[in-house]
Design a binder for this molecule. Structure first.
Ligand SMILES: [Zn+2]
Length: 168
């Protein structure tokens, strides 16, 4: 059985809304994704520090914020040599500046985004097997996206753009 989860997270890696903001965000998420999965569970996460929210088995590479290159971590043979570099970077402080293997550019660790889409966040809301509604492009589909209008409503709550992350 295939399982998919869909998460929204602020693009600002340090953004953690207060309790009221988190409740508003979850309430809106329930509207755009009604009745997810058999248990009806939603997942509301808050972290002490920016934490990678990634696509699970579909997470393959890092995207360099400077040269826009792809740093592949996992391929069909398993871990690539960059994987050890990434693990070491994750073990260090979150406010570190790291040198990316693609171009040697120095970037904040927390500004690195992932492919399939993901990134660092202190807050994320998601649902396993999300439900669809009119707030989705073309009425919704696995690996689809929310409409610009729906995203804007989430962005107003957190005060920054919002990442859409599908996890498999
Ligand atoms: Zn680069």
């Amino acid at each position: 059985m295939s399982e998919y989860a869909f998460y929204l997270a602020p693009s600002d890696p340090y953004c953690l809304p207060d309790e009221e903001g988190r409740a508003k965000f979850l309430a809106l998420f329930r509207t755009v994704s009604p009745l997810p999965n058999g248990n009806g569970d939603y997942d509301c996460r808050a972290y002490e520090r920016p934490t990678p929210i990634h696509a699970g088995a579909a997470f393959e590479a890092l995207l360099c914020p400077q040269c826009h290159g792809r740093v592949v971590l996992f391929d069909e043979d398993g871990d690539t040599p960059h994987s050890a570099w990434w693990k070491a970077a994750l073990a260090g402080p979150r406010d570190a500046t790291v040198e990316l293997p693609c171009c040697g550019g120095s970037v904040r660790l927390v500004d690195i985004r992932f492919d399939a889409p993901g990134g660092f966040a202190r807050f994320a809301v998601g649902a396993l097997e999300p439900g669809f509604s009119d707030f989705w492009v073309d009425g919704g589909d696995n690996f689809g996206s929310l409409t610009d209008e729906a995203l804007k409503r989430f962005e107003e709550i957190v005060g920054c753009p919002v990442l859409q992350i599908w996890e498999v």
